[in-house]
Unconditional design. Structure first.
Length: 225
């Protein structure tokens, strides 16, 4: 049994509130297992966020049954302790990057590292996909090298190109399309983060692991920690 709180959300959804992102991803995985086994019938979609998990029913009529199944799941769910490291449970996605971003030197100054050390810190630590937001295909990546914690720009750029790799706070992320943005841009990738012809369209799914690869060094990071 956990301290998770279940709130109604509209007439066909439930919002589960937990302590932190680690618990969100653990619960997201548990919901996925139950869904694959045929339980949690009538579940249309599952949407993780920083401290919540939204479960959307196929219809308002199916919400009571979904609520009962969710309560049974929560009763047996072993939540990780609050504050525990986020554990990835999905596949590893490798993203090749050219670290030529306009903010690379600025990030080096903010962190006290050299530009080369920023790149090594970004590529030698595997990141976990926490949750999506901001734009289709954009994912907030967590669990990176703590030395890379940097603030957003006080004044966002009016346009950041698709494929821009950035840092903000404790997160890293890749812009899936041109858009305004205030993250510190350290590199660029040609990988398509969002493709409507792909199933699912978003390349990065919650709980997956992201391994950034420095194209300029052509490093094989398969054995990176």
């Amino acid at each position: 049994m956990t301290d998770a709180l279940v709130h109604p959300c509209g007439d066909a959804a439930l919002l589960v509130e937990v302590a932190d992102l680690g618990q969100v991803l653990s619960l997201h995985e548990a919901v996925g297992r139950h869904r694959q086994s045929g339980r949690l019938g009538g579940l249309l979609d599952v949407v993780p966020a920083a401290r919540t998990l939204l479960l959307v029913a196929e219809s308002a009529a199916g919400l009571p049954a979904l609520r009962d199944e969710l309560r049974a799941l929560l009763h047996h769910w072993s939540a990780p302790p609050a504050g525990a490291p986020v554990v990835a449970h999905g596949p590893v996605v490798r993203i090749p990057v050219r670290y030529n971003g306009p903010d690379l030197e600025g990030v080096a100054t903010l962190t006290g590292l050299s530009a080369a050390e920023v790149v090594v810190a970004h590529t030698r630590t595997r990141w976990t996909v926490g949750f999506g937001g901001f734009a289709p295909g954009f994912s907030y990546l967590v669990g990176g090298d703590p030395r890379l914690r940097v603030p957003r720009h006080e004044e966002p750029r009016t346009t950041v190109p698709a494929g821009a790799v950035g840092l903000a706070g404790t997160f890293s992320g890749v812009y899936p399309r041109p858009s305004p943005g205030g993250w510190q841009i350290i590199g660029q990738t040609d990988v398509a983060l969002w493709d409507v012809e792909r199933e699912p369209p978003a390349l990065l799914q919650p709980g997956a692991t992201v391994q950034f690869v420095d194209l300029d060094r052509d490093v094989d990071d398969e054995g990176a920690p």
